[in-house]
Ligand binder design. Structure first.
Ligand SMILES: [Zn+2]
Length: 238
């Protein structure tokens, strides 16, 4: 990141000195930086999951995990590898063969219907550990309804991101807060539906892995059929 030398030259009488630190892109410890319960444990200490960083940048990326996500760190790693190759060989070189990151969806994993969710705990159980969301909501919402529905969808997303690996008591509190929002939505005539879809993430420098995405729909109670199309764009058909 700063291109400070992380291995200092040997002296006449000493070996070289490694002053860089090993940084895990995805921490193996629950609650650790960028921890992901779906990341294979065997890959935590693998080459693809490690960066050699100076002490300052190691501290920064482990403190600021919102800015320094796993995918951003993998990108930094690839760019640095290209820079090293070009510098060492003193001639332009093609980027190492890193497959582009791609997500594969499986028909069998795409929820045809989203079950209704009536408790915050049930919703958090689905949302925790998810990489992202497919949010669905009607296009006929009033301004007040947009605030209500949009605020709810954002809150679930935020909690899903923040709470992953958190203390049980914090998750319980968030569950209660979501309960209250579900009740509020119901009072305004809205029901909540959700399901998780597993997808395969591959490419980049990391190993391929299964990730979860949350389908979250807030639909009017009168909207009986909540259907998810394969492209993930279509939502509630009333
Ligand atoms: Zn640095």
């Amino acid at each position: 990141m700063c291109q400070h030398a992380l291995v200092l030259a040997p002296t006449d009488s000493d070996d070289e000195s490694v002053v860089g630190e090993e940084c895990h892109i995805v921490s193996g410890a629950a609650g650790g930086p960028r921890f992901d319960p779906n990341f294979p444990k065997d890959d935590v200490d693998s080459f693809g999951n490690l960066l050699l960083l100076c002490r300052i940048h190691h501290k920064q990326v482990d403190d600021q995990t919102v800015a320094f996500t796993a995918s951003i760190l993998r990108d930094i790693k690839v760019k640095h590898e290209v820079w090293v190759h070009e510098t060492l060989e003193n001639k332009p070189r093609e980027a190492p063969k890193v497959a582009p990151v791609k997500r594969t969806r499986f028909k069998s994993e795409i929820p045809a219907q989203l079950p209704m969710v009536t408790s915050g705990k049930a919703l958090l159980d689905l949302a925790l550990g998810c990489f992202g969301q497919y949010p669905y909501f009607g296009d006929d919402l009033t301004d007040e309804e947009m605030d209500l529905v949009g605020g709810f969808i954002e809150a679930v997303q935020d909690w899903g991101d923040v709470l992953d690996g958190s203390e049980v008591v914090e998750i319980m509190r968030a569950g209660k807060a979501i309960d209250a929002m579900i009740v509020d939505l119901a009072e305004h005539g809205f029901l909540v539906f959700a399901a998780v879809e597993r997808q395969r993430l591959e490419g980049g420098v990391g190993p391929s892995q299964m990730i979860c995405l949350l389908h979250l729909s807030v639909a009017r109670g009168s909207d009986r059929s909540v259907v998810v199309k394969e492209d993930g764009n279509e939502m509630n058909r009333g």
